[in-house]
Design a protein around this ligand. Structure first.
Ligand code: HEM
Length: 477
């Protein structure tokens, strides 16, 4: 009997040693490890990188182009990478998905394209795409009113404004037109609340949703009362439903071209489906074009020569410059937007989940430049920002804002990904660039330059990456 115990004991010891050695060998061939104090949730990685987005770069510098976050039972639960080949493989591969967002996003935004994979995502994208047609994007009528209002508010404030807040409101007005077909300035047309109330609730909802996405639903319930969150979501739904009902009853919208609600409603499976697609587009368009425009103004303040050049171009071209064709063909404004998105991408990083076992091209092996296996269930964070600051791609001055670099540098789609890559790339790219170019040129046309601005740059990335110190600007009238 004693002998039997001895044999069983030896077999068990051998097996444990085998597992241990196998794990050591596997771990050695994996990318470098982030030293975490919290091997359960990795909050010591999550919180710093959200609160101060620059930490994302600090960790990439410290651990290398590709590193892993370990947890107690798993040496690699998450991969963080700025290697362009890895990022491209993750953004374009069918083995990576985003459905994991459903529990965090679902209550507020429903089950639209931002949390769908495979056939469901394809169906949603097909439904939305026609709304981004040329007449819809070329139509600057609403934007003209938005720009007039902006200029007026800046003049009334003697040039000194908080640009972030002004642009947020202005672009919400434009989104409501484009997506819902609703004129935010109108009242008493049966809408359940005015646009200002909707805006406030929207921001509260996005905060609650962000916390749910980061920490999961159960932890979030402890941080935020869920009854209030449910109330906010229901209120927001009632507003979107008002826009959908107008389409269902074929009531005329406040827009000359077709708003997205008119295009999506007849194709949707039901009201909840239409609402989800519209709300998710509202999210995709909020705090994106506005952040880009604010960053461009802040960065332009250090280059009065470029502001002067733009002013000369506006005065030479006159009103004709204010069409999408002309703005798109204007290298000065396009270089400004590209350089701003390179140095300060609106979305500095993205998350994807491995839906099946796969391989990434670089980061493994003894010198961390070999392919390495990714088991199903591994989470990947792709750092667009990390790629955009590569000195090999953009030159030794990659940390500086120099729009003129775009005259000579022509990065590939793996090297510049401000609007994403592959099949999920941004549908609103042309619209966002058209709006930002138009608004900037209108400001340039009216104001002689930018004086004082908030100089400090401390970005958070709760949703888009924006300056937590704000965007105070003093325009020279
Ligand atoms: C400067 C402004 C913007 C930037 C930098 C930007 C960036 C991005 C990026 C990086 C993605 C890819 C997300 C991923 O890979 O998971 C994306 C997707 C998307 N964006 Fe934008 N975006 C901007 C403005 C807009 C606007 C104004 C709209 C709509 C009016 C819009 C609509 C969309 C849609 C519908 C998708 C989802 C595509 C899909 O999942 O198939 N975006 N955007």
């Amino acid at each position: 009997m004693q002998q039997l115990y001895l044999i069983i004991g030896s077999i068990l010891a051998c097996h444990v040693s085998y597992l241990f050695i196998r794990r050591r060998i596997r771990v050695r061939s994996l990318p470098p490890k982030f030293w975490t104090w919290d091997p359960i949730m990795n909050f010591d990685w999550i919180i710093p990188t959200v609160m101060d987005a620059r930490k994302q770069l600090t960790y990439l510098e410290k651990y290398g182009d590709t590193y892993r976050l370990p947890k107690l039972t798993n040496p690699m639960t998450t991969i963080v990478t700025r290697n362009p080949e890895n990022v491209h493989a993750i953004n374009t591969g069918k083995e990576w998905g985003i459905e994991f967002r459903k529990p965090g996003m679902g209550e507020m935004l429903g089950m639209g394209f931002l949390c769908a994979d495979d056939a469901e995502w394809m169906r949603s994208r097909k439904m939305l795409r026609p709304a981004f047609n040329r007449p819809n994007i070329d139509n600057f009528e609403v934007l003209e009113g938005v720009a007039d209002g902006l200029v007026r508010k800046i003049e009334e404030a003697d040039g000194k404004v908080e640009m972030g807040a002004l642009l947020y409101d202005a672009l919400m007005h434009s989104s409501m037109h484009f997506i819902l077909g609703i004129d935010s300035t109108k009242k008493n047309d049966g809408r359940p609340m005015d646009a200002q109330t909707f805006n406030k609730l929207w921001q509260e909802g996005v905060l609650g949703m962000g916390i749910r996405l980061l920490f999961g639903r159960s932890v979030s319930r402890l941080l935020l009362p869920s009854a209030r969150y449910t109330y906010v979501c229901n209120q927001l739904h009632s507003f979107i439903d008002f826009a959908i009902e107008r389409q269902e009853k074929h009531l005329p919208s406040d827009r000359k071209t077709s708003p997205m609600a008119e295009i999506v409603t007849p194709q949707a499976k039901d009201r909840a489906d239409a609402r989800a697609q519209l709300m998710q587009t509202m999210l995709a368009s909020q705090d994106t074009t506005g952040v880009l425009t604010c960053n461009a103004i802040q960065l332009l303040s250090s280059r009065p020569d470029i502001w002067a050049q733009l002013r000369a171009e506006v005065s030479a071209a006159g009103a004709e410059l204010f069409t999408w064709e002309r703005l798109r063909a204007n290298p000065t404004i396009q270089n400004i937007l590209s350089e701003t998105l390179r140095l300060r991408p609106v979305f500095p990083q993205f998350g994807r989940l491995a839906l099946r076992d796969t391989v990434l091209p670089s980061g493994g092996g003894p010198s961390h430049d070999q392919p390495f296996p990714i088991p199903k269930g591994t989470f990947a964070i792709t750092s667009t920002w990390g790629i955009h600051l590569s000195k090999e791609i953009y030159g030794p001055d990659a940390d500086e804002w120099k729009p003129e670099r775009w005259d000579s540098v022509k990065p590939s789609s793996k090297e510049f990904a401000a609007f994403g890559q592959g099949p999920r790339a941004c549908l609103g790219k042309d619209k966002a660039l058209a709006e930002a170019a138009y608004l900037l040129m209108r400001l340039v046309k009216r104001f002689e330059g930018v004086g004082d601005v908030t100089r400090e740059w401390k970005p958070d990335s709760t949703f888009s990456m924006k300056n937590s110190k704000g965007y105070k600007v003093a325009f020279k009238i």
